[in-house]
Design a binder for this molecule. Structure first.
Ligand code: COA
Length: 261
């Protein structure tokens, strides 16, 4: 793989851990780091055959402290567009991947870092994490998907409060407003993320992927169309070996063995 700014390890049950690894800058996504993340997501992620991808940050202090402000300050309009378009493309690939993803938010998740967490399916935060969108302090606003994904996740009011003020919030507050799903002690965040990933990895992978698609795509449609999509997806799930195995295992009072077929 040969990446400088990310690390990837595959654990048991097909759970992958991708760490953004630029701790000297609190894992801020400069071009090289974003490219490493993007190359992994575009080229390796689809071939790793993962059941769950966990994304986290190296160094113990930050998940990702955002886009790289020093680099951005030197960019012209065309370069900023290229940087932003690329971030959009990669975050969309994470969001729409059939593989579910968990952001293990182990510290600062700011700006583009919070937006990366929002592109994941689930967010688990350390009690030391700080989250927010400081962009308006820099003369921009969350433009790597944040103004759209934040509103869909926590509602317009809370998203506007966070985005307009640029203030950071604690993990507990993030939990209260639905920006994260769980808060855990700092020292055990990876253990807890692995437990959550392990639970998902034990389930029928095609069913989890279908549920992801139904929820992600369906929430963008009117209810009639969304219910139609749900039916198409449940019919395709019913037609899988895993469905036969899951129901058979229940009736035989044993754990199912899912193969993703
Ligand atoms: N872009 C570029 N460099 C960043 C960065 C970012 N988004 N966030 C942190 N860094 C760098 C700092 O410049 C510093 O580098 P230096 O040691 O060469 O000076 C290093 O990371 C450590 O950060 P520092 O600010 O010294 O740590 P701190 O604990 O005092 O503060 C933060 C932590 C997260 C509050 C602070 O770094 C911060 O506000 N970062 C910017 C967050 C932001 O606005 N993100 C959105 C960008 S769109």
């Amino acid at each position: 793989m040969g990446y400088e700014f990310i690390e990837f390890e595959k654990e048991d049950k097909g759970v992958g851990i991708l760490s953004i690894n630029r701790p000297q800058a609190l894992n801020a996504l400069n071009w090289d780091t974003l490219k490493d993340l993007g190359n992994f997501i575009e080229n390796d992620f689809p071939n790793e055959n993962l059941r769950v991808l966990i994304i986290t940050g190296s160094g113990g202090k930050a998940f990702v402290a955002g886009a790289d402000i020093a680099q951005m300050s030197e960019m012209n309009d065309a370069q900023f567009k290229e940087y932003t378009n690329y971030a959009h493309k990669i975050y969309n690939l994470i969001e729409h991947s059939p593989c579910p993803s968990i952001a293990a938010v182990n510290g600062y998740a700011l700006g583009g870092g919070c937006e990366l967490a929002l592109a994941c399916d689930l967010r688990i935060a350390s009690e030391k994490a700080k989250l927010g969108f400081p962009e308006v302090k820099l003369g921009i606003f969350p433009g790597w998907g944040g103004s759209q994904r934040a509103t869909r996740i926590m509602g317009n009011g809370k998203a506007k409060e966070l985005i307009y003020t640029g203030e950071m919030i604690s993990a507990e507050e993030a939990l209260r407003i639905g920006l994260v799903e769980r808060v855990v002690p700092h020292d055990v965040i990876m253990e807890e993320a692995m437990k959550l990933a392990g639970l998902i990895a034990d389930r029928a992978p095609l069913a989890v992927s279908a549920a992801k698609k139904a929820i992600n795509k369906g929430s963008e449609m009117d209810l009639d169309k969304a219910l139609g999509l749900e039916k198409d997806l449940i019919f395709s799930c019913f037609d899988t070996d895993d469905r036969i195995e899951g129901m058979k295992a229940f009736l035989e009072k044993r754990d199912p063995e899912f193969e993703g077929k």
